[in-house]
Ligand binder design. Structure first.
Ligand code: SF4
Length: 705
């Protein structure tokens, strides 16, 4: 598309799960500008600071430009042959479970599809997990327990239509800024709308809140149990809905009612008046959307938190109608697309279950693959444990930097270092992880790669290339398809991302008579041109040839039909766990998270001076009383310690922080600051259902440095 002043391309922002549409323009002199796409239904032209600075992050400094073997330049054939040979040999000697892929929510759906097919179909192991495990796997587990499928029922429009929006474990203003902008605009237009923020910290999101509940870390299960017990005794309870569309209310209610009000106050740390105010608001407001993000998911009780929330929506029938419902806000640009193709170790493909023999058979027949993984594979934390103890001997890491981002990061680094064969596919040459690669493969980055992503509201959008691949960089799907062929497997000849998308769409519809939620079979016949022209669409997609640019009218759960065999949703009885992990030696609770202008381990955002100008260095937010007692001065350096590691950062003394809690951003690593890899302190504690690490409740000590 030519316009005065340059060539423009419609694509999608690569940062967060909001999935904003952007228009990139390449001027005659090669200069790139990026602006919001006014026609994209996620953002209608809006962008946040990260999206607006995209053009500043695409220079070639630091890029891997050709394959490398042990630090020396190699050609593609040599590198791919070596990867194929090492993986084949390891599998032949030690079985399929001796190899693993650790991939990323930064991958496009087509990359994810090929990775999943290669590992679960051809190799026959399910040892493929993703950094999405650290992001929203508790939501997946909670959805599957409640709905029988990993279905996010809501849309961004529901948030705007609600009369009460509850944000729990979500610093929306910084982490999903464009949804925050939409919410703030909706509230400005309709001031009667109420917003409740549930967070141990007083974050920027509280600026638009009518009520901030400064909950104890991980007090959410207790809070929503208390709410369920309250609703059950109130006119808000919808007995007809419960009887017609759900199962298990009795047990869930009994568990909730067993929690006394005193215990509720104790577990949540909230005064009775605030609890009553919150319960009253929920009880008396028909249109409620409960948004939740990493404060819910990244927890040892993450899955129970999700179900405690969903229980309250089911009990009131507030789901499946405009302006209602539980709503998981995904962190990454394509966490959802990864889920759709089964990119997690415990999923199969197209929302089919790896535990189901019927589903396994169906996928294997579709792929015509020599085998199919028989059981779930190792989830991220366990995967790196298996690397550490030698069970996994060949590892391929794609588009992620686990040496900085995994809990117990020092142990993860040691494991990768000791692994006999490590392949890293990345755009940057010198990340903390890439440094340990035996084979380093150059990937194409945003603006160069081509495919689809799915945002938090199930909207599938195209990422399109507008810059040519630098050096010899190649798509991740191409790298894996080449290795698949070289390992002797059929089914890995793809000409383009469009072909892979068509196969993915066909699998989603294969022998699927409405038995699962994800079906984009109508898009099978798009062809290259149709794929190029594909406009953003939401699933459930129309089942006939799609009308481009229009969503289907179907709304999940509108008819009360869920995806368990009896079509009924499940209440899940949950228990309120004791959440305090501190002790005499480690008396403070560490909570990690994002800041507004950086993304993940800063591999891209650090390139923009503007983004680095918002907050220039890593910090620890401490309450003034804690700081005083510990002898820590504002802006002085503070040393943080857990049994797993240490970090040294700047003290930021503020009353936004609750007593006994310390917040530290997760982005920095030792490249940018003396000792700031905060995940080195995070204990590898995980949720028993989802395997998601508890990165927001870690016992630490702090002292002046
Ligand atoms: Fe990109 Fe997310 Fe910002 Fe939108 S809100 S511009 S998707 S980082």
């Amino acid at each position: 598309e030519m316009q005065a002043g340059g060539e423009t391309t419609r694509t999608t922002c690569p940062y967060c799960g909001v999935g904003c549409g952007v228009i990139a323009t390449v001027a005659g002199d090669g200069a790139v500008t990026v602006k919001g796409d006014p026609e994209h239904p996620a953002n209608f032209g809006r962008l946040c600071s990260k999206g607006s600075a995209l053009a500043e992050t695409i220079d070639l400094e630091g890029r891997v430009l050709f394959p490398e073997i042990l630090g020396r330049q190699a050609d593609w054939d040599e590198a791919l042959d070596l990867v194929a040979e090492k993986f084949s040999k390891t599998i032949a000697e030690h079985g399929p479970d001796s190899v693993a892929f650790y991939v990323s929510g930064q991958l496009l759906t087509e990359d994810y599809y090929v990775a999943n097919k290669l590992m679960k179909g051809s190799i026959g192991s399910a040892n493929i997990d993703t950094n999405s495990r650290l992001c929203m796997s508790s939501s997946v587990a909670g959805h599957r327990r409640a709905f029988g499928s990993d279905t996010v029922p809501g849309t961004y429009e529901d948030i705007e239509l609600a009369d009460l929006v509850i944000l729990t474990g979500s610093n929306l203003a910084w982490c999903h800024p464009v949804i925050y902008q939409r919410l703030a605009a909706a509230k400005a237009a309709r001031p009667g709308m109420k917003i409740v923020v549930i967070d141990p910290r007083r974050t920027m999101t509280c600026d638009i809140a009518d009520l901030h509940l400064g909950i104890r870390p991980d007090g959410d299960v207790a809070l929503f149990m208390g709410l369920l017990a309250h609703l059950a005794q109130s006119p808000a309870i919808d007995q007809n809905y419960i009887a017609a569309h759900t199962q298990g209310f009795g047990e869930a209610f009994a568990a909730a009612a067993a929690l006394s009000f005193t215990e509720l106050m104790e577990r949540t740390g909230l005064p009775a008046m605030q609890l009553r105010e919150f319960f009253h608001l929920f009880e008396t407001t028909e249109k409620v959307v409960t948004c939740y993000s990493q404060g819910v998911n990244q927890s040892a009780s993450g899955t129970d938190k999700v179900n405690a929330i969903i229980n309250c929506h089911l009990a009131t029938g507030r789901i499946g109608r405009p302006g209602t419902g539980p709503f998981s806000l995904t962190g990454q640009p394509n966490a959802m697309g990864g889920r759709e193709v089964g990119g997690l170790a415990n999923m199969l493909a197209a929302h089919m279950a790896i535990e189901s023999a019927e589903d396994r058979d169906r996928v294997q027949r579709f792929w015509a693959s020599p085998r199919i993984a028989e059981k779930p594979g190792l989830k991220a934390v366990d995967m790196f444990r298996a690397v550490a103890d030698g069970r996994i001997k060949a590892l391929w890491i794609m588009a992620t930097n686990p040496v900085v981002s995994m809990p117990d990061a020092d142990a993860v680094e040691a494991a990768i270092k000791a692994c006999p064969f490590v392949v890293v596919s990345d755009i940057l040459r010198d990340t903390d992880t890439a440094r340990h690669a035996h084979v380093l493969l150059p990937s194409v980055g945003w603006g160069e790669k081509d495919g689809t992503v799915t945002n938090s509201e199930r909207r599938i959008s195209r990422q399109r290339w507008f810059l040519s691949a630098p050096g010899e960089a190649k798509a991740d799907w191409w790298q894996m398809a080449e290795v698949g062929q070289r390992m002797g497997f059929d089914g890995f000849v793809y000409k383009s991302a469009a072909e892979i998308f068509a196969e993915h769409a066909a699998l989603s519809a294969f022998e699927n008579e409405g038995s699962r939620d994800f079906d984009i079979g109508a898009f099978v016949g798009l062809g290259e041109e149709g794929y190029d022209a594909l406009t953003p669409f939401q699933w459930p997609a129309p089942l006939e040839q799609p009308i481009v640019g229009r969503d289907s009218d179907k709304r999940f759960f509108a008819d009360g039909g869920f995806y368990h065999p009896d079509r009924k949703a499940r209440f899940v009885p949950v228990q309120a766990p004791a959440t305090d992990r501190t002790n005499e030696q480690y008396p403070l609770t560490l909570n990690t998270g994002r800041i507004r202008d950086h993304w993940h381990t800063m591999t891209r955002t650090a390139k923009s001076a503007r983004l680095s100008g918002h907050i220039a260095e890593p910090f620890a937010e401490l309450h003034p009383r804690d700081a005083m007692e510990l002898g820590i001065r504002g802006a002085g350096l503070v040393e943080l310690e857990s049994p797993h590691g240490t970090a040294i950062v700047r003290a930021l003394v503020t009353e936004r922080q609750a007593r006994g809690n310390v917040f530290v951003p997760m982005h920095w690593n030792d490249q940018f600051a003396a000792k700031a890899r905060i995940d080195a302190l995070v204990a590898p504690v995980t949720d028993p259902f989802s395997g998601q690490p508890a990165s927001k409740n870690v016992a630490i000590a702090a002292r002046p440095f």
